[in-house]
Ligand binder design. Structure first.
Ligand SMILES: [Zn+2]
Length: 393
């Protein structure tokens, strides 16, 4: 149900991660969140960093905010986005380095390529027993952020298939069974998160679009099964919270994984069947090439378009953002359009300043269109001339 985007026309947000402040040097490592929060230094740095992430989004004027993925460690290519969950869930143990023949979730690149470093950093625990939610502690992490802001904090999580595909399975009989077990454990964790009051949850990177684009079809690695996994994972949540489904074309170390941008077209039909309220699409980096197909195929959900690109340092201008929003409005009605970033901006990518100004552009560009449509604009303190330090004389 629409608990976060309700009542706002053209609401703005980001996908999730933000660049860590240089002074945020503490890491969770293998500790769980509550355990680490007993450590005074960790607690102080975590809460200061989380406040900074939220404050930057408020100063930019975003309607729905995130905790910047504050729990993830400073590691190569944002690897902890993959490893956070299996390092804490029941059923995983050890540390297994990625091997070419062993993983399904890695794109193999030769040594010398930046993405080879990403593969070298792909050290994950093995799946050794029945999966359980363990010490994911999503509710504590969400509360730690939500109590710092009146705006809804969107909580993002990796999806079940990516956890199962990225580890070596020594327990389940096949990948299908492993994925469904992880989905079940995530559902238990997310059910508690929603019961605690979280209004908006984002499932990150279900493999639906990637498998549709690759045309890889077996009885597990296919879009239909991934829709089933998604719907199992969010079972029972939509009655209380707004569920988002995030899709993009990759983000490790802010690198593109494809030499030419794939099209979402083959994925639109399966994506229309996920049990979600909002679908996000990476549309800035592609110049909005799939907007028509998205508008034609997605009629029952809201659509969040990316208007800033996480791969590049050049900050999109408000005019460029407004142009893309106007283009989207030709295919998606304003009541169902949400404005965001293509993906997270914090997985060892740009600087804090770049990310901040991209967020400001999201709001300023959306405000340009809101003005044209006679809609209320969002306050953007970051662009308020009254507070410029550059003197006008
Ligand atoms: Zn993404």
């Amino acid at each position: 149900m629409y608990t976060a985007t309700a009542g706002v026309v053209l609401p703005t947000t980001i996908i999730g991660s933000l660049p860590r402040p240089g002074w945020y040097t503490e890491n969770l490592g293998r500790r769980n969140f509550r355990e680490a929060m007993v450590d005074r230094t960790y607690r102080e740095q975590y809460l200061d960093a989380c406040s900074t992430f939220l404050r930057d989004q408020e100063v930019a004027g975003l309607d729905i905010v995130t905790d910047g993925d504050c729990r993830f460690d400073a590691d190569v290519g944002g690897h902890n986005w993959f490893s956070y969950a299996p390092l804490r869930m029941d059923g995983f143990a050890g540390a297994y380095a990625y091997r070419k023949e062993g993983g399904r979730a890695g794109v193999v690149h030769p040594r010398g390529h930046i993405l080879h470093d990403i593969l070298e950093a792909r050290v994950m625990p093995d799946l050794v027993g029945p999966v359980g939610r363990g010490t994911l502690q999503y509710t504590s992490i969400w509360k730690a952020a939500q109590r710092l802001t009146p705006r809804p904090v969107k909580f993002g999580t990796i999806t079940a298939e990516l956890i199962a595909m990225a580890v070596r399975d020594l327990h389940y009989k096949d990948l299908r069974e492993a994925i469904l077990a992880v989905a079940e454990a995530l559902n238990a964790e997310l059910t508690d998160l929603v019961a605690a009051g979280c209004r908006v949850i984002q499932m990150e990177e279900p493999q639906i679009h990637l498998l549709a684009a690759k045309g890889l079809v077996d009885d597990v690695l296919n879009p239909g099964f991934m829709v089933e996994v998604f719907n199992n994972t969010v079972r029972g949540l939509r009655g209380k919270a707004e569920i988002w489904c995030h899709t993009c074309w990759g983000n490790p170390g802010a690198q593109r994984l494809f030499s030419t941008q794939p099209s979402y077209a083959p994925a639109i039909e399966p994506l229309s069947r996920v049990d979600a309220d909002v679908l996000t699409f990476e549309t800035c980096s592609s110049g909005g090439m799939d907007l028509e197909a998205i508008g034609r195929g997605i009629k029952e959900k809201k659509v969040c378009i990316g208007v800033v690109d996480h791969h590049i340092l050049q900050v999109e201008t408000p005019q460029q953002v407004a142009d893309l929003v106007r283009k989207a409005l030709k295919h998606i009605p304003q009541e169902r359009l949400v404005i965001g970033s293509d993906c997270g901006m914090g997985r060892e990518g740009m600087s804090r300043r770049h990310a901040f100004h991209k967020m400001v552009s999201i709001v300023q560009g959306t405000n340009l269109v809101r003005r044209e449509l006679g809609l209320p604009e969002a306050a953007c303190l970051a662009a308020d001339e009254r507070y410029s330090l550059v003197e006008n004389r």
